[in-house]
Design a protein around this ligand. Structure first.
Ligand code: NAD
Length: 224
């Protein structure tokens, strides 16, 4: 059994992750850390010694949480968005020194990962594109981590750095369109997340695989 502590366990994603982990046969939730539950991540790491921490918290705390896990030599799967490139570099160095590995995924939905891979394939042939990302009104960061990662992959693949448009409205979960334009034609990739369960197969896969990655990796495609 993989012993999992969920950080941000009282949140929308954290609650869904707890249910998914408890529903899987090969892992169990050993601690739920969240200020709303009166349990800190530091206490969870010290008292329960989980094999893997899954973090779905808030942009303001994700860096410290991830760093804390690595300093404890504990594997960490990070879904929280908002880490900047300098913080990623620091975490990569911390993972290099740690017995624990780190798998960060801006999007755990398999369809969204495939959308990003498809965007990479299209970019050299249709370099002009724009990204429209649409999320629920309570999402704290904009643009979304998925949109920023898609833009980065498109630029690396030879496309132009795409502008990102962010929409925040009630009724939405997470959606993204990547629209490529060429002479007399457009090509649109669209991914729609209609429930948070869509992220769970990817999260469980990451929990199973994080012990095998090399230090720190970004993107679920690394373990698919
Ligand atoms: P939420 O606001 O519902 O939940 C966040 C929880 O984190 C809250 O319960 C809060 O009390 C808790 N928290 C705050 N500080 C903490 C700390 N120091 N230690 C432990 N817990 C702490 O948010 P949400 O909708 O569940 O989203 C969480 C994050 O996940 C966001 O950054 C969101 O963008 C991201 N997200 C990622 C994916 C993905 O596939 N990677 C999918 C959906 C959401």
């Amino acid at each position: 059994m993989i012993r999992v502590a969920v950080s941000g366990a009282a949140g929308r994603m954290g609650r869904t992750v707890c249910d998914a982990v408890d529903g899987a046969g090969d892992m169990e939730v050993v601690e739920r850390a969240d200020p709303d539950l009166g349990v800190t991540l530091a206490d969870a790491l010290t008292n329960v010694k989980p094999d893997v921490v899954v973090d779905f918290t808030v942009p303001a705390t994700v860096f410290d949480n991830t760093r804390l896990c690595l300093d404890h030599g504990t594997h960490v799967v990070v879904g929280t968005t908002g880490l900047d490139p300098e913080q990623l570099d620091e975490l990569r160095a911390a993972a290099g020194r740690s017995k624990g590995n780190c798998l960060i995924a801006p999007n755990f939905a398999i369809g969204a990962v495939l959308m990003m891979q498809a965007a990479k394939l299209i970019a050299p042939h249709m370099p002009e594109c724009e990204i429209v990302e649409l999320h629920h009104e309570a999402k704290l960061d904009a643009p979304s981590g998925t949109a920023k990662r898609t833009a980065e992959l498109i630029a690396q693949a030879g496309g132009k750095e795409p502008p990102i448009h962010s929409v925040r409205l009630p009724g939405l979960v997470a959606n993204q369109e990547v629209i490529f334009g060429g002479t007399g034609q457009t090509l649109t990739l669209r991914h729609d997340t209609i429930s948070r369960e869509s992220f769970m197969p990817g999260v469980l896969l990451a929990v199973r695989k994080v012990a095998e990655v090399d230090g720190l990796v970004v993107g679920l495609e690394n373990v698919m």
